[in-house]
Write a protein of this length. Structure first.
Length: 427
């Protein structure tokens, strides 16, 4: 059986190992050589009830784990200023720190006022300052928002620390299995179980507004595609035809799903109108057509097909028409994910027995291989296009990794050594 057919079957039947969820440990295996030195001074605490989240610790971790910044160890700091008047810039200049962040968290009857300031150490001037109010439950989200603001100010790129990720885990005890669709913050905290089943769950994909997730479930022993609203837990089955119901992908306007169905015989790409429930068949091949993904402008759909003998990526208008092959480098290209600007595609790129994450420039068709694993899969672009989240396997262990779109930053994301699959970054 070809590897592509194995991937199709695992995409439909799942490939699960014993797992359980815990907070994420992020390890930077490669970072930019010009990482910016920055000090995140522990925020001063005021109030009587204490603070359930160390806001400055979260900000420090976000920026350090991005690979763009090198944060200063707390023990090496020359002081702990919390106001602009208390900052001695020469002390921080002596430690070659480019930037300094100070702040205060004030508790008042269960509400928290969070204030922070960002300084250019060598110019001795404030670059940014904000004050925001948060509940105890939202303090971690507030910290991520601060990280986003600092990241964008200093790099010019939108921060993604406030985003969320979806993924599949499975726990097997004896003959019993429990499969879960989980959603957590981008750093692995605040995990919530969206769906749980004794049968496989797979292929989570976010709606454009981030309020819903479409996924595949085998809870009735056959494949069905569900859409679930995160805020309420309400879900509805939208595709439960005979045979394969798989690989859902939202249109940019949120009104349609592209999906793989085999109700007519071979697996083909269809578009499902979520309002009228009308189906439009896009491909009619005797080969396996699967893994559709929409271009950001909604005009085209890229999908995987082995119609040429080996799996490659093809493009077809979302209105239907002639299909065009777009990948020619390598013996295997599959599981496409568009960058937010629509100018490039991340994909699983295979040569021989190695399957790695690569990015193809759609204008030049040049391919840049970003990872060096043997079994890397399921790439998903971050909302700002700077990072790609993907699943890896090494030594029989499944985990998540991330790589910058230029390959300069490499991260390994471990959930206390447990396996985890099929990541999807929220919009």
């Amino acid at each position: 059986m070809s590897f592509f057919r194995v991937c199709l079957l695992t995409g439909l039947l799942g490939f699960y190992l014993p797992t359980s969820f815990a907070e994420m440990t992020i390890e930077i295996t490669e970072g930019v050589q010009s990482a910016l030195p920055i000090s995140i001074v522990p925020f001063a605490m005021q109030g009587t009830a204490g603070v359930p989240v160390d806001v400055s610790f979260v900000v420090d971790a976000d920026l350090a784990h991005s690979g763009y910044f090198k944060t200063l160890d707390k023990q090496s700091m020359p002081g702990r200023p919390s106001t602009a008047e208390a900052v001695q810039f020469k002390d921080w200049q002596a430690l070659s720190q480019n930037y300094l962040v100070i702040g205060q968290v004030t508790e008042n009857q269960g509400q928290y006022s969070v204030q922070f300031q960002l300084f250019d150490v060598y110019k001795g001037e404030q670059l940014m300052g904000y004050q925001m109010t948060s509940s105890a439950a939202d303090l971690r989200r507030t910290a991520h928002h601060i990280s986003d603001l600092i990241f964008e100010k200093l790099t010019g790129k939108r921060g993604v620390f406030s985003g969320r990720i979806a993924y599949i885990t499975s726990n097997r005890v004896g003959r019993q299995s429990n499969h879960k669709l989980e959603v957590s913050d981008a750093d692995g905290f605040n995990a919530q179980t969206i769906a749980s089943s004794g049968e496989p769950l797979m292929s989570p994909t976010w709606s454009p507004d981030g309020k819903k997730i479409a996924y595949v479930s085998f809870e009735r022993k056959t494949a069905a595609i569900y859409i679930q609203t995160l805020a309420t837990g309400q879900r509805v089955s939208v595709a439960e035809f005979p045979g394969i119901n798989g690989a859902p992908s939202w249109s940019p306007d949120g009104g349609k799903l592209a999906l793989t169905l085999s109700k007519d015989g071979n697996p083909d790409i269809f578009i499902l109108n979520l309002v009228t429930r009308d189906l439009t068949k896009l491909t009619k091949s005797s080969a396996i057509d699967t893994e559709p993904t929409w271009s950001p402008d909604g005009n085209n759909i890229v999908f995987t097909s082995d119609r040429g003998g080996k799996p490659q990526l093809y493009k077809v208008s979302s209105q239907g028409g002639e299909e065009e092959r777009i990948t020619f480098s390598g013996s295997y290209n599959a599981r496409a994910s568009f960058s937010p600007d629509g100018k490039s595609i991340a994909m699983v790129h295979g040569n021989g027995s190695d399957y790695r994450i690569a990015v193809m420039d759609l204008a030049t068709k040049s391919v840049n291989v970003l990872t060096d694993g043997r079994s890397d899969e399921s790439p998903s672009f971050s909302p700002n296009g700077s990072m790609i989240l993907y699943a890896s396997r090494k030594g029989g262990t499944d985990y998540l990794s991330a790589v910058s779109s230029d390959g300069k930053i490499q991260q390994k994301l471990m959930f206390n050594g447990n396996e985890i699959r099929e990541p999807a970054w929220s919009p």
